[in-house]
Design a protein around this ligand. Structure first.
Ligand code: FES
Length: 140
């Protein structure tokens, strides 16, 4: 594939390296807005340093305390304390697990929230989000 006719829309779904492979084999890229990518995992966000340590959280509705070790997600830990929380992609891409944050500062790690939502810290995707505070209180 070296040239694309005018009006062509390109759809690609795959792992992170696929978009670059498409670009390297296409001399003339489609105009902005006509290249559609679906990644199997979110790209790294260089503007957000990771906070991968352990933290504490609380399910506000039940008062259940949660310890989230560095090697587990908040969603994993919540699954052990019914009622369960909905989820789908578990990669911060779909929004199914979005949860309201009642207190403290979340560390989002997802690809959905706007910059404003990240700044206000009132919601998070619990499948990938972590905490910048010692204890996070969730509307669950
Ligand atoms: S399950 Fe898809 S964003 Fe969390």
């Amino acid at each position: 594939m070296t040239e694309l006719p005018p009006g062509t829309a390109v759809y690609r779904r795959g792992p992170e390296g696929l978009p670059e492979a498409v670009r390297s084999r296409t001399e003339r890229l489609p105009p902005p807005g006509s290249l559609h990518l679906e990644r199997f995992r979110p790209p790294a966000r260089p503007d957000v340093p990771p906070t991968d340590g352990a933290f504490e959280a609380e399910r506000h509705r039940t008062g259940t305390p949660l310890h989230v070790p560095a090697d587990r997600t908040l969603l994993d830990v919540i699954r052990g304390t019914p009622p369960n929380a909905p989820s789908s992609c578990e990669q911060g891409l779909c929004g199914t697990c979005e949860t309201k944050v009642l207190a403290s500062t979340p560390d989002p790690h997802d690809m959905l929230l706007t910059d404003e939502e990240r700044e206000t810290g009132t919601t998070m995707m619990i499948c990938v989000g972590r905490s910048r505070s010692a204890r996070l209180t969730l509307d669950l």
